[in-house]
Write a protein of this length. Structure first.
Length: 336
C-alpha cells in the first residue's frame, strides 16, 4: 500500500490569519502550516495560532525555520502550548530545547537543527507519545536508545549521526521508516518491525540489505546509497507492492529468482552500472515499469518473457535517437 501524501499549504510570516480559508483547506484533506522565519514576525499572532491549535487536529501545525544569524529560542514554543504538529526546520542553532517538554499535546514533530545541542533530546517525556517524528543530527551523536520508551510512533524519519540504531526495533507500531545518511550500521532490527509497510534508505553507505529477512514490507525505496551493489535478497520482500531503486551506480544486476505476486510497480532510475534485469516473468501482477538511465540493452530486455499484466512501460537511455526508436517499439507492442 502506497503512503498517501497530503498537500501542504504554507502560510508564511502572516500579519493576519484567514480562518475561513484555512478551515476549508483542512476540510479538503490538506495540511495547513503557519510558519515564521524570524522573531520580528511573531508579534501577537502566536497566541491566535495557539487558539487554532487547540481547536484543530494535527493537520494544522506551526513551523519555525531559517532565523539566519540567530539561534532559535525554543522558549518561544511556550506561546503555542496546544500545538500538535511542530516543525523546527532549516535552523542552524537552537537553544533551551527543554521547552519541548512542555508541549503536552504534541503528536507530530520535525527537528532539523544543524547544531543540535542536546543528543539526549529524545529522552524528553512529552516526545514519548509522538505519532510522527523526523529528526536529523549532523553535529552531535543522537542517542536513539530512548525509543525503547516510545509506544505510539508510527512514522519515523531519522538520520545523520546516531547511535543505538537497533532501538528502533522496539517501535512495535511503526509502519513507515526512512533512514537518511545512516552508514553501514546493521539493519537486523527491521525484522522486529512486524507492522512496517514502508522502508526508505536514503544516502549514507552500505553494500546490501542482506540482514533483512522475510517480511511484509509493501514499499521499498533505495536511493543514492554509496557502495550499494547487492540486491540478491529482494525476493525476501514477498509483500512488496512498489520497488524504487535510484542513483545506484555500482548495482549491476537485479534478478527475481522467485515469484513475487504482489509487486505492481518497479522503478529503476540512474543506475548506470545496471546491465541485467532478469526474472520478469516472476512478477505476475506488475503493471508499471520504468527503466531510466541504465546500461540495460533494450533489445535483449524486451525480448524476454514479460508479465501479461504489464500495461505501462517507460524505457529511456537519454540518447534522443535511441529513445525515439524505443518509444515507437513500446507503442507497437501496446504499452502505454
Amino acid at each position: 500500500m502506497r503512503k498517501i501524501w497530503k498537500k501542504r499549504i504554507l502560510i508564511n510570516n502572516p500579519a493576519t490569519l484567514d480562518r475561513i480559508q484555512m478551515e476549508q483547506d483542512l476540510r479538503e484533506g490538506n495540511q495547513v502550516i503557519v510558519q515564521f522565519s524570524h522573531p520580528e514576525f511573531y508579534g501577537s499572532i502566536l497566541e491566535e495560532v495557539d487558539e487554532l491549535c487547540a481547536r484543530w487536529d494535527e493537520n494544522f501545525g506551526v513551523r519555525f525555520y531559517a532565523h539566519y544569524s540567530l539561534s532559535f529560542d525554543c522558549h518561544t514554543l511556550l506561546r503555542v502550548p496546544n500545538v500538535k504538529m511542530l516543525h523546527l526546520d532549516s535552523l542552524t542553532q537552537a537553544h533551551r530545547t527543554d521547552a519541548l517538554d512542555h508541549l503536552e499535546h504534541l503528536r507530530s514533530l520535525s527537528i532539523g537543527i544543524y547544531e543540535l545541542e542536546n543528543p539526549e533530546i529524545l529522552g524528553l517525556d512529552t516526545l514519548r507519545t509522538l505519532n510522527k517524528l523526523t529528526i536529523m543530527s549532523d553535529k552531535k551523536m543522537l542517542n536513539l536508545q530512548h525509543f525503547k520508551e516510545y509506544s505510539d510512533l508510527e512514522e519515523l524519519h531519522v538520520g545523520g549521526k546516531v547511535k543505538n540504531l537497533d532501538a528502533i526495533g522496539h517501535l512495535e507500531d511503526l509502519n513507515y521508516l526512512a533512514l537518511h545518511s545512516v552508514s553501514k550500521l546493521p539493519l537486523h532490527f527491521v525484522n522486529r518491525l512486524r507492522k512496517l509497510e514502508h522502508l526508505r534508505i536514503l544516502l549514507g553507505g552500505r553494500e546490501h540489505i542482506q540482514e533483512i529477512e522475510e517480511n511484509t514490507i509493501g514499499n521499498l525505496e533505495i536511493t543514492r546509497v554509496r557502495g550499494f551493489h547487492d540486491l540478491s535478497n529482494i525476493t525476501a520482500f514477498q509483500g512488496l507492492n512498489r520497488l524504487v531503486i535510484e542513483d545506484q551506480i555500482q548495482l549491476q544486476e537485479i534478478s527475481f529468482d522467485q515469484e513475487m505476486k504482489a509487486l505492481e510497480e518497479l522503478s529503476i532510475r540512474n543506475c548506470k552500472g545496471l546491465t541485467r534485469l532478469a526474472g520478469m516473468d516472476q512478477l505476475p501482477s506488475l503493471n508499471t515499469l520504468r527503466i531510466l538511465g541504465t546500461a540495460i540493452d533494450y533489445d535483449s530486455f524486451i525480448h524476454q518473457k514479460l508479465p501479461g499484466s504489464l500495461s505501462s512501460v517507460e524505457f529511456a537511455t537519454f540518447k534522443s535517437k535511441a529513445d525515439r526508436e524505443i518509444q515507437q517499439s513500446l507503442a507497437a507492442l501496446g504499452y502505454q
